[in-house]
Design a protein. Structure first.
Length: 288
């Protein structure tokens, strides 16, 4: 019975975070803890039912749940090493070789070596200082892997929505760059989502936000508005914000166009931007 207490506590903690502060990194931390407790509970149940012949299917289910939880947790150090290595190679190709540009590649290779070759070498040396250095390096890798896990899981939690948003008063679509006057597919998908939300919320104002940057013939907001009107946006409830040059300015200037500043607001962006919500809320607070 007591095996379920940590799991239920973790589930309750996750539910509270999702209910009151789902856009913070606490949501990812809560989900990370829940995954760990599920894995531990599954392993304990697997051991407890070893002698129960009729419960073969229960042991099989518990084994797979435990293995899945362990795989999810173990995957993040590997992902961290692969990501840093790939980004380092891409940076060197684009920017050339320099000490600063080599940092990402060096960090990625170090993480991968720490997961593979370094433990083997440390076991061969059998030196206290080497063992201590290896433990310190592994602790750093685990720390940054946990940060990556929390970030990714927080983004995942923010992608899970049940039902359609109700009571929206304004919908802000963030710009992401245009080619001359053309809206690229990534930005087009954002605008399309904003149009969908506008159709589901008959009283919401659609605000296309983005200023003019290098290589752009017109402000992003103007190009986005033209694209939106061509693809079914309501002209009477669609406006453009054309002054912003950063994510913070997107919200700061868009907030001045809100028909209902205290009303419910939807922000449409790419998935990896969801954790910028504290910055967006700060921008809104500064304007209010």
């Amino acid at each position: 019975m007591f095996l379920w207490v940590p799991q239920l506590c973790a589930l309750a903690f996750l539910a509270l975070i999702v209910r009151f502060d789902r856009r913070s990194l606490w949501s990812g931390f809560a989900l990370f803890v829940l995954i760990m407790t599920v894995g531990v509970t599954a392993a304990c149940l697997f051991v407890d039912t070893m002698d129960l012949v009729p419960s073969q299917w229960i042991r099989t289910v518990m084994l797979w749940i435990g293995l899945l939880a362990a795989a999810v947790i173990a995957a993040f150090p590997v992902l961290l090493g692969v990501f840093l290595t790939a980004e380092g190679c891409r940076l060197l190709r684009r920017e050339g070789v320099s000490p600063a540009n080599c940092l990402s590649l060096a960090a990625g290779l170090f993480v991968l070596l720490d997961l593979t070759l370094i433990p083997y070498l440390a076991s061969l040396v059998r030196n206290a200082a080497v063992t201590w250095l290896f433990a310190l390096a592994s602790a750093c890798v685990l720390f940054f892997s946990a940060q990556l896990a929390i970030y990714c899981l927080s983004a995942f939690v923010n992608l899970v929505h049940v039902g359609k948003p109700r009571g929206l008063r304004q919908i802000v679509v963030l710009g992401s760059g245009i080619f001359g006057t053309a809206v690229p597919p990534l930005l087009g998908n954002r605008i399309r989502k904003g149009i969908q939300l506008q159709h589901d919320a008959p009283h919401a104002m659609l605000i296309l936000s983005g200023g003019q940057g290098p290589g752009e013939d017109i402000p992003e907001g103007r190009a986005m508005m033209a694209w939106a009107l061509e693809h079914g946006a309501d002209p009477s409830r669609t406006i453009a914000e054309e002054r912003s040059r950063s994510t913070e300015e997107n919200l700061a200037y868009s907030a001045r166009l809100f028909p209902d500043p205290t009303g419910k607001t939807a922000i449409v962006s790419t998935r990896y931007h969801v954790l910028l919500a504290p910055l967006w809320l700060t921008a809104l607070a500064d304007v209010a």
